[in-house]
Design a protein around this ligand. Structure first.
Ligand SMILES: Nc1ncnc2c1ncn2[C@@H]1O[C@H](COP(=O)(O)OP(=O)(O)OP(=O)(O)O)[C@@H](O)[C@H]1O
Length: 672
């Protein structure tokens, strides 16, 4: 007998009080032990057209709705008595006649009140008028909803979409935005309607008590149980070589990386896995999420090391050398460069630092020969052989000065470790999974490539080129990490409302191409929910801006948004004070997060204000002035734009951008 739980159950379970939840858990465990439901006072829901719906008594008030056939027991819903009965009376569970996937379908004739009435005259324009029944059925629209879909206009679509199975709603939304109808999900080899990928995203088989405990322990973390078929495919597949997962903000790249680490650990009881991300806070956040999938006691978590890029390198360096690396700060570098280049004419200090950081140090160049032939990736200002020859002694002198003082750089640390690892047949990890891979420096990529065994599923990288903030572009393939043919893009956005995501997407080109020629198509992304349109306010003074920010936050608080669900982002650390001042004294102000945009990665809020989007702040004047050449200037403009994209896409429901006139040029693109 299959035991399954549905997403509709998890969602309804989340709405109950803690006490009721406890009682429900006990009943669900009883049901799993004895699927006949003895002792749970089962009653058939007679008013439902689907005769397999039964209610089970949890306590005086709460009823569990289960769907029982001779092969399976599905826990479908839980709620207060009338609500639970009403839910079951309005639904049926069946395999879709075309796709074969099991669907929980709302009975069309019983949801008249919430769907816009079918108008007598056809409204214009109908979004899906060109799709015939055949096309609509192929994406999983239930037959009794075909007529509603056919006449849906843009206005009525979201109200309708709530009633449709998610796979159908997403495919329709993608069609509405791109004009393309997604091909249906491939049917599984076994003809089990529950095993269909579209069914698995909302209904999961639960193998044992431990799995049930996990599913009920973190019911609000839906991703722990219900993955999109495209996410699941990336979690479960075996890849013959290095693999990349791309996707715009909020499409679940981190979720896929975490699931994958757990899957690899489960598959092989002795495997050691590294799960690394850009910074320590991001690594910590992944460690917490790991626990949703794998209880610590299960022995899996101990075999998954979560770390930041620098953190894992520092540990390995200590193992190799017995000491921590002494990293030269930017101030030290500037000073050493100034001394070394004292007699060099015609090159600005800014240029020298940039050339050192992005070319000499980043690529670990140790000879003039290497410098003479290196491709200065992302730097268009040409440097002829004579110029390079005249620059080299200064860079060499910096290297020597640093060595004398026992200083090193992160790039050096990663390169040393990569070289040491390359010699070793046995690697410390069996699988390396990297998140935020778009911000890997060349030496870091080289290090992780050397750390991963050169075998199937050795190296898995997830990231979004559109969020590259800290790195110059370069070719991964030139460092031996060739993901061509093994690069996959996620297209369903789970974090950000359709309205906010659409506006944020306007900040970036529709197609991003990386240095290896891999294209990241950013059209056709679909958000799974909608919300209010984001707002942009260009204001006459900082005082007026502060007032608007304060009013907006107050309204959000009054709407019931918790203070910790509100974030304020600004471009620089100095501007944090401007944001804090605007909200000073509001209830719960200490729980609101006010940080520079560069710390936005990995955060997520219901409501966000991106404040002080002034001209001169975005892009930041100091950075623009710091550009060493025209190519670097282009890169600065782009990375500043991406910073704003990252900040905006941390918002789930509400987003407000404010600035003092004249405001940032990016705001015009956002509004377009
Ligand atoms: N299958 C899913 N079901 C429900 N929620 C999901 C699912 N996948 C992802 N999410 C949620 O969507 C949000 C974004 O996920 P995640 O952080 O993995 O995206 P990302 O692509 O890494 O985003 P970014 O590039 O912005 O860092 C998270 O709140 C996550 O819990």
């Amino acid at each position: 007998m299959n035991f399954l739980i549905a997403e509709s159950f998890t969602a309804s379970f989340n709405r109950l009080s803690g006490l009721d939840q406890k009682a429900v858990k006990a009943s669900v465990f009883d049901l799993q032990m004895d699927p006949t439901g003895n002792g749970l006072q089962l009653h058939r829901i007679d008013k439902s057209k689907d005769q397999n719906f039964w209610s089970a008594r949890v306590n005086r008030d709460i009823r569990l709705i289960i769907h029982k056939t001779s092969e399976s027991v599905l826990v479908a819903y839980v709620g207060h008595h009338d609500d639970a009965y009403g839910w079951a009376e309005r639904r049926r569970i069946e395999a879709h006649p075309r796709t074969g996937a099991i669907q929980i379908v709302e009975v069309r004739e019983l949801v008249e009140e919430s769907v816009p009435a079918r108008p007598k005259e056809k409204p214009a324009p109908a979004l899906f008028a060109r799709l015939d029944d055949n096309a609509l059925l192929s994406i999983g629209v239930p037959p009794d909803w075909l007529a509603d879909v056919r006449i849906a206009s843009e206005e009525g679509f979201f109200a309708l979409a709530q009633h449709l199975p998610a796979e159908a709603a997403e495919a329709l939304l993608e069609y509405a935005t791109t004009g393309r109808l997604a091909p249906p999900a491939p049917k599984p080899a076994i003809a089990d309607p529950f095993a269909h990928p579209d069914a698995l995203r909302r209904i999961r088989p639960i193998a044992d008590q431990q799995e049930l405990e996990q599913a009920l322990a973190f019911p609000w973390e839906k991703w722990g149980v219900f993955l999109h078929p495209s996410q699941r495919a990336l979690v479960e597949r075996t890849f013959s070589g290095p693999t990349r997962v791309a996707g715009s903000a909020g499409t679940g790249k981190t979720i896929v990386a975490i699931h994958r680490a757990v899957k690899l650990a489960r598959e092989n009881a002795s495997a050691r896995i590294l799960l690394a991300s850009f910074s320590q806070p991001l690594a910590d956040a992944m460690a917490k999420k790991l626990l949703v999938l794998a209880p610590e006691t299960g022995g899996i978590v101990q075999r998954i090391t979560t770390a930041s890029f620098h953190g894992i390198a520092e540990q390995m360096y200590q193992l190799e050398h017995g000491v921590r690396p002494r990293i030269a700060s930017e101030t030290v570098l500037r000073e050493r460069l100034r001394t070394a280049a004292a007699n060099l004419k015609g090159f600005s200090e800014r240029f020298l630092l940039s050339e050192w950081t992005n070319v000499i140090d980043a690529w670990g160049l140790t000879s003039l020969d290497a410098y003479a032939t290196v491709q200065r990736m992302g730097r268009k200002s040409r440097l002829g052989p004579n110029q390079r020859a005249s620059l080299w002694p200064a860079f060499e002198a910096v290297r020597e000065a640093l060595a004398v003082e026992r200083y090193t750089t992160w790039a050096n640390v990663f390169t040393d470790l990569a070289n040491a690892l390359a010699q070793r047949p046995l690697k410390p990890f069996d699988h390396v999974v990297i998140d935020e891979a778009q911000d890997l420096a060349p030496a870091e990529l080289r290090f992780f490539a050397a750390l991963a065994p050169a075998k199937a599923d050795g190296l898995f990288l997830s990231g979004d080129v559109g969020q590259r903030i800290f790195q110059h572009p370069y070719s991964w393939a030139s460092l031996g990490v060739d993901v061509r043919g093994r690069s996959h893009t996620l297209k369903v956005c789970y974090r950000t409302s359709q309205q906010i995501r659409r506006a944020a997407d306007r900040l970036l080109p529709a197609v991003l191409r990386d240095t290896d020629g891999l294209e990241d198509e950013r059209r056709g992304i679909v958000s799974v929910f909608e919300g209010p349109a984001p707002e942009v306010k260009s204001l006459a003074s900082a005082e007026i801006e502060a007032e608007i920010v304060r009013k907006t936050v107050k309204t959000w608080l009054e709407e019931g948004i918790a203070p910790r669900e509100i974030g304020l982002f600004v471009r620089t650390t100095q501007l944090v004070a401007r944001a804090r001042a605007a909200i000073a004294g509001l209830a719960g102000v200490d729980e609101m997060v006010t940080v520079p945009m560069s710390s936005a990665k990995g955060l997520e809020f219901r409501a966000i204000i991106v404040m002080a989007c002034d001209q001169g702040v975005l892009p930041l004047d100091e950075r623009v002035a710091d550009a060493a050449d025209e190519a670097e200037l282009d890169d600065i403009y782009e990375t500043e734009r991406r910073l704003l994209y990252v900040a905006c896409t941390r918002a789930r429901e509400h987003l407000l951008l404010t600035g003092v006139t004249p405001t940032s040029e990016y705001l015009a693109d956002f509004l377009q």
